[in-house]
Design a protein around this ligand. Structure first.
Ligand SMILES: NC(=O)c1ccc[n+]([C@@H]2O[C@H](COP(=O)([O-])OP(=O)(O)OC[C@H]3O[C@@H](n4cnc5c(N)ncnc54)[C@H](OP(=O)(O)O)[C@@H]3O)[C@@H](O)[C@H]2O)c1
Length: 242
């Protein structure tokens, strides 16, 4: 039985960088809904032959996530000792224009997939291995931002989950969330220039890089943070001070 770090959202942005970072020292399960992109990230990883790719669409296949992951782990004789959830989507729209399918989409990818995955990782076959979970929330879960209500609520749900699960899972498993501010990735590349400029002005240390977040995941996965659990931590260049 081999031990793995599970990285969702590994096909792009921060998740892809995280995969490259941990590939030097760990076996990885790289997850997303795009096999081509996963294969391309895996090729750029160290020890690429050791990593395995889990294809799952968290938006459309919510009710199959648990079954899909259970079968995948069984097929590869794999257990997950660390899990980081980068998978996420956003839509910048006023609440009155949101349809129910759009709300479901965001909550499925950003939040419900996490519940399905953690439930699998806590099954008897994996529970002894699991020791660390990091969920990627967002600064806007704690601060207002026009047009971000559903996205912010989905990330707020992550924060609430972390506070309670930290107590349920201690002392064997630590769980924390990171709340990034503006980070330069494909997700933020689509924002309009005026909005980006406003975010830049609002952030004392300027825009962040994926490395700023990956460094924090590295810290949370390490023994240096062994007394930290149940925390939702800003990684936002000071933007939340406003
Ligand atoms: N960038 C920012 O400024 C910022 C700020 C705060 C928080 N965050 C959060 O940080 C995390 C990473 O964001 P990023 O900026 O690196 O974004 P990104 O480059 O757009 O990456 C998003 C990842 O989520 C995956 N994903 C999207 N829909 C999916 C689905 N239906 N099923 C499975 N996977 C799916 C994507 O996989 P596919 O390529 O297969 O679709 C991709 O790997 C997200 O949770 C985001 O909310 C980002």
């Amino acid at each position: 039985m081999e031990h793995y770090i599970l990285i969702t959202g590994a096909s792009s942005g921060m998740g892809a960088l995280c995969a490259k970072h941990f590939s030097i020292s760990h076996r990885l399960i790289l997850a997303s809904e795009n096999m081509e992109m996963l294969e391309s990230v895996c090729k750029e990883c160290a020890n690429s032959e050791k990593h395995i790719l889990w294809l799952c669409n968290f938006a459309t296949d919510r009710e199959y996530i648990a079954e899909s992951l259970t079968n995948f782990l069984k097929m590869h004789d794999a257990v997950v000792d660390k899990y980081v959830h980068f998978a996420g989507i956003t839509r910048l729209l006023p609440l009155k224009t949101f349809s129910i399918p759009n709300i479901d989409l965001i909550f499925n990818v950003n939040f419900f997939s996490i519940l399905e995955i953690i439930k699998v990782l806590l099954k008897k076959t994996n529970a002894k291995a699991l020791n660390n979970v990091v969920l990627i929330s967002a600064m806007v879960s704690e601060r207002g931002n026009i047009g971000n209500s559903i996205y912010a609520a989905s990330k707020g749900a992550i924060n609430s989950l972390v506070y309670t699960l930290a107590r349920e899972l201690a002392p064997e498993i630590r769980i924390n969330a990171l709340m990034p501010g503006a980070i330069d990735t494909p997700m933020s590349a689509n924002l309009d220039e005026a909005y980006k400029e406003e975010m830049r002005r609002d952030t004392p240390l300027g825009w962040g890089t994926p490395q700023d977040v990956v460094d924090y995941v590295d810290f949370l996965f390490s023994n240096k943070s062994k007394w930290i659990t149940g925390q939702t931590l800003f990684v936002d260049g000071g933007r939340s001070t406003k």
